[in-house]
Design a protein around this ligand. Sequence first.
Ligand code: COA
Length: 163
Amino acid sequence: MSIIDQLTIRPFTPEDLDSCLEIFDSNMPMDVLPNERGPFKEEVEQQQFDYFIVEDANGTAVACGGFHRPSATLCWGLVRRSHHRQYVGSFLLRERLLLLHEARGDVTVKLDTTQHARPFFERFGFITIREEMDHYGPGMHRFDMELKLDETCVNRLNSMLLG
Ligand SMILES: CC(C)(COP(=O)(O)OP(=O)(O)OC[C@H]1O[C@@H](n2cnc3c(N)ncnc32)[C@H](O)[C@@H]1OP(=O)(O)O)[C@@H](O)C(=O)NCCC(=O)NCCS
């Protein structure tokens, strides 16, 4: 059985904040920067968007991520570093896109990310529409990406992780 079969996703609750910060810290400074920690904590704590927790079979939070529903923008998708490259990020992304499609129907999904995660999103069909060098900090570039989310895309997402 793959780890994906054992993952579940549920809405964030205030009790999850420490786990989210732990997940954030596990990715610092390689993928997220110390100066982003304050805004991350504030935005998640104030629930400025729909935010979700991915748990493994033991109930451990292994990833978190969300979206801003009105603008269909994905935000703060983070996998615990010890769990990278085990398809947790794919699960989190698929679930968010399916939830967003349920909520908004066919829509253009947006996100911004770094040069490190850009290839991951390209695998799902996101394309880069804008880039800015050193936007997040020295050596940390910003890529604005988009995906047209429609029924075809949803069917592909559904089958992608099922094998
Ligand atoms: C980007 C991130 C979400 C990917 O999650 P993950 O669980 O490690 O990725 P998965 O295991 O689901 O990867 C699926 C496939 O994409 C590939 N992949 C994953 N991350 C990749 C990357 N950074 N570059 C290229 N390929 C990548 C995997 O190798 C895998 O390919 P395979 O099927 O050939 O084995 C995770 O690395 C992360 O949380 N990074 C830090 C935070 C971040 O940058 N978030 C991005 C938005 S703010």
